[in-house]
Design a protein around this ligand. Structure first.
Ligand SMILES: Cc1cc2nc3c(=O)[nH]c(=O)nc-3n(C[C@H](O)[C@H](O)[C@H](O)COP(=O)(O)OP(=O)(O)OC[C@H]3O[C@@H](n4cnc5c(N)ncnc54)[C@H](O)[C@@H]3O)c2cc1C
Length: 425
């Protein structure tokens, strides 16, 4: 079944022939951040055909960062996370299917099968299925309530438990865990963070920044247990929850939050035979191994020259920019999506930003004094800045981004000197 409106795009045929196939219908799976931006971009780029946005959640496309910050603390309402005002969303003319799951992709018939029993044909399909919070399958996990934080409903369930006099154990000292810990402390709860690795955010930041985060949380009264595994959970006789640690000790608490990572929602793609490797593999045009199916956001594994390998970028920036890139690519536009990774985190009023991918091989140059609460660490190969991280240093980091993208050697003495304006570098 094809829409009768005129097709506004054309795609090269998969057999490589010079012919093109008109694009009548584009289906987006997942109405989160990447899916929302893909829909908006398809319209802003002039696609007037049928646009179907299928989303498991009941909410319109929205952003998740406030869910561990302002929404969790009650400072902002969930509706503030919506990507578009309701009028602007309706004006897109998108067939939005909330509360609907895509259950299968039939690549031969070029259609997706929905949980409401209907089939939806497509000419181009964009997978923006994101990921879900990883669960911990440990003994006793079924005897306590284990919170995770991915959705608006998760934030709404967790928020009332973060209050003065309540005790919270956060399992996992990564970004979500640390942001939940910070919000919980700010709400007056007693907080313990349990992390298996020997330092915080070990997967994503160098040791200097792990140390900085540890000092920040400790100064706020959060207990951080590093190198500590969880062997299970139990319910105490007084009804409180217990986290059983690998060293034999027990943490009694009112609330347990798991912040132990994300599982990409790539099952649909795998079952459809698309190339996957811890996520859906895409190229710099956001195309999967089927040229009529694209992917973007947390679910997509893309080549990244800044990292020197393919990886999934779990970030606000990537969800937006790759969603937009996938939309343009679906319309046959030239796309070369190879972003300089950018990530930020807000904890206790501190804003940390990261540009690029620091590695242990990089030389570190520091600008500013850690004691002042605002400094930047630059990571260099030779005299070329490859990455930069810093708390409360947004302005310096904006210049750092330019330095990284320009790939020009810098005078490292001047780089380290806060008296030298970044604009002069
Ligand atoms: C609590 C929290 C705080 C964060 N804070 C920051 C931050 O401070 N800075 C930062 O850079 N990044 C942050 N992030 C990361 C950022 O929000 C994500 O990278 C981004 O949301 C990914 O967008 P996405 O569209 O790929 O996935 P999502 O936004 O998760 O959207 C995927 C959607 O697809 C739907 N879906 C999945 N399968 C199906 C199916 N079969 N059928 C229909 N629908 C389906 C899901 O229900 C979901 O709605 C945070 C994330 C979380 C969870």
């Amino acid at each position: 079944m094809l829409d009768e409106r005129p097709a506004v795009g054309a795609a090269a045929l998969p057999d490589g022939s010079a012919g093109t196939r008109p694009i009548h219908t584009i289906v987006i799976i997942g109405a989160g951040q990447a899916g929302g931006w893909a829909a908006q971009t398809l319209r802003s780029e002039g696609f007037t055909g049928r646009l179907v946005l299928v989303g498991e959640e009941m909410h319109p496309p929205h952003e998740r960062p406030p869910l561990s910050k302002a929404v969790l603390s009650g400072a902002a309402l969930p509706a503030t996370t919506w990507l578009m005002k309701p009028d602007a969303f309706s004006a897109l003319g998108v067939e939005w299917r909330p509360g609907t799951q895509v259950q299968r992709i039939d690549r031969t018939a070029r259609q997706v099968l929905l949980s409401d029993g209907t089939a939806q044909p497509y000419d181009k399909l964009i997978l923006c299925t994101g990921g879900r919070a990883r669960q911990l399958d440990a003994p006793g996990a079924d005897r306590v309530q284990l919170h995770t934080l991915r959705t608006i409903e998760d934030a709404q369930a967790l928020a009332p438990t973060l209050a003065p006099g309540r005790s919270v154990v956060v399992v996992g000292g990564g970004w979500i865990g640390l942001e939940v810990a910070a919000t919980a402390r700010q709400q007056g709860a007693d907080v313990v963070v349990v992390e298996t690795q020997s330092r915080l955010c070990e997967r994503t930041v160098p040791a200097e920044i792990s140390d900085y985060l540890l000092a920040l949380h400790s100064a706020q009264g959060t207990r951080v247990l590093l190198g500590t595994g969880v062997r299970g959970f139990a319910r105490a006789e007084d009804g409180r929850s217990e986290v059983l640690l690998a060293d034999g000790s027990v943490l009694a608490c009112d609330t347990i939050v798991l912040g132990i990572g994300l599982v990409p929602n790539d099952e649909l793609a795998r079952e459809a035979g698309l190339a996957c490797d811890g996520g859906v593999r895409v190229d710099a045009q956001c195309r999967t191994s089927d040229p009529d199916i694209l992917a973007a956001g947390d679910v997509a594994v893309a080549p990244n020259p800044w990292a020197g390998r393919s990886l999934r970028l779990e970030s606000w920036q990537n969800a937006q920019e790759q969603g937009m890139a996938a939309a343009r690519s679906a319309l046959g536009q030239a796309v070369d999506y190879q972003p300089l990774p950018w990530f930020w985190s807000d904890q206790y009023g501190m804003n940390l930003q990261i540009y690029g991918m620091p590695t242990p091989a990089h030389r570190v140059v520091q600008r500013g004094d850690a004691a002042s609460g605002s400094f930047v660490l630059f990571y260099l190969a030779g005299d070329v800045v490859q990455a930069a991280i810093g708390p409360n240093a947004a302005r310096v980091l904006r210049f750092a981004r330019r330095l990284i993208e320009q790939r020009k050697p810098v005078d490292t003495e001047r780089l380290a000197d806060p008296a030298t304006p970044m604009s002069k570098l």
